[in-house]
Design a protein around this ligand. Structure first.
Ligand code: SF4
Length: 355
């Protein structure tokens, strides 16, 4: 690591302090901010509205450490998976998924918040690899900038911004890296920078109850998604070890509190595992849990992972389970499968395979 000043993640006020400290006029800060977050540029030499001598000076004393794309894979359905490396050589995977539902040519970006994951869900490739470290807020923002830039370059689009939605659903448990995750959201949302609307952001948690209570107090317009996957404690303990710390009663008390406080609709994610959580009794207890709440259920047919024995249910079972929930009065969607051919689908991210 060098001793250059890191500019990624500084607010405009902090950048102003920095430029004044190096003897430059304050307004340069806004120009630099615009280059980083709107034009996605991290080479000072390319910042064409800055005087040349300032560009050289900045290059000597400062750095904008946007992480690097090491590899990318493109799925037949247009999903792209990037293997991205930070300055300390730690790597995560990030996925951009075409939004076929609105034909806009825009994408959803699935962001990671940790390198690896400490939760260790039994169906997830990330969990298998263990936990390495939290990402900082500016590394999370860096993942956004790198992905957006790479996507634009590769599909040669002249659209200003190709990423319409961000889901914090990649590697890691966002609410276990709470402060950095929230700070990254404010950064993505900043109208003078990336300017992504809060309503276009979803945070997904495996059920980190203390984080749900904190999030309820933030006054954010983001969507909260809960990875539920089981409607009884015995099975949920097996699938998501965090359930032993926060069993379903605690989780649902937190979700009720969140809904009362924010009046925002919550999504329950439910991975469909053949012969594990797709029986009529599972549907019945799921209906009992979710029906009283302002909530949707999103069914995710399992994406199979090497060395993990779970399987995706046959199509007729998926349909049956969906119909049980709908006739029980729930709002249900089935997630369209994207990126499974390049191991980019939900639960399939694992940098280990790529090294
Ligand atoms: S599913 Fe999410 S919370 Fe569970 S191990 Fe994988 S990344 Fe972590």
């Amino acid at each position: 690591m060098d001793s250059k000043v890191e500019l990624l993640g500084l607010s405009i006020a902090e950048l102003e302090e920095f430029v004044v400290a190096i003897g430059e006029p304050k307004f340069r800060a806004k120009q630099i901010y615009k280059w980083i977050y709107q034009k996605r540029e991290h080479s000072f030499y390319e910042m064409s509205d800055l005087p040349k001598d300032l560009r050289y000076k900045l290059d000597e004393i400062a750095i904008i450490s946007i992480p690097r794309v090491l590899k990318q894979k493109v799925s037949l359905d247009g999903t792209r998976k990037y293997l991205i490396e930070f300055r300390d050589k730690k790597k995560v995977e990030t996925v951009v998924i075409p939004q076929s539902f609105d034909k806009s040519g825009k994408y959803s970006l699935c962001l990671s918040t940790q390198v690896g994951c400490p939760i260790g869900c039994s169906f997830c490739a990330t969990g298998l690899g263990g936990f390495q470290r939290n990402l900082t807020y500016y590394e999370i923002v860096g993942l956004y900038l790198t992905s957006a830039r790479e996507l634009k370059k590769k599909i040669r689009s002249d659209k200003e911004d190709l990423i319409a939605n961000v889901v914090y659903m990649g590697m890691g448990e966002p609410l276990l890296n709470y402060e950095e995750t929230i700070r990254s959201i404010y950064f993505l949302n900043d109208a003078k920078g990336i300017n992504l609307g809060q309503r276009h952001i979803t945070i997904s948690t495996a059920g980190e109850v203390s984080g749900i209570y904190k999030l309820a107090e933030e006054n954010l317009q983001v969507t909260l998604a809960i990875s539920l996957h089981a409607s009884n404690d015995e099975l949920r303990n097996e699938l998501i070890p965090l359930n032993r710390k926060y069993p379903l009663t605690d989780l649902f008390n937190a979700v009720k509190y969140y809904i009362d406080k924010t009046n925002r609709r919550v999504t329950f994610e439910y991975i469909l595992l053949d012969d594990i959580n797709t029986n009529k009794s599972d549907a019945d207890s799921l209906i009992k849990l979710v029906k009283p709440l302002l909530a949707n259920v999103n069914l995710i047919p399992y994406n199979e992972v090497d060395n993990i024995a779970y399987q995706k249910p046959p199509a007729r079972r998926i349909e049956m389970f969906y119909n049980w929930l709908v006739s029980g009065g729930l709002n249900v969607t089935i997630r369209e499968e994207k990126g499974a051919d390049i191991d980019a689908a939900c639960g399939q991210l694992a940098t280990k395979k790529e090294r």
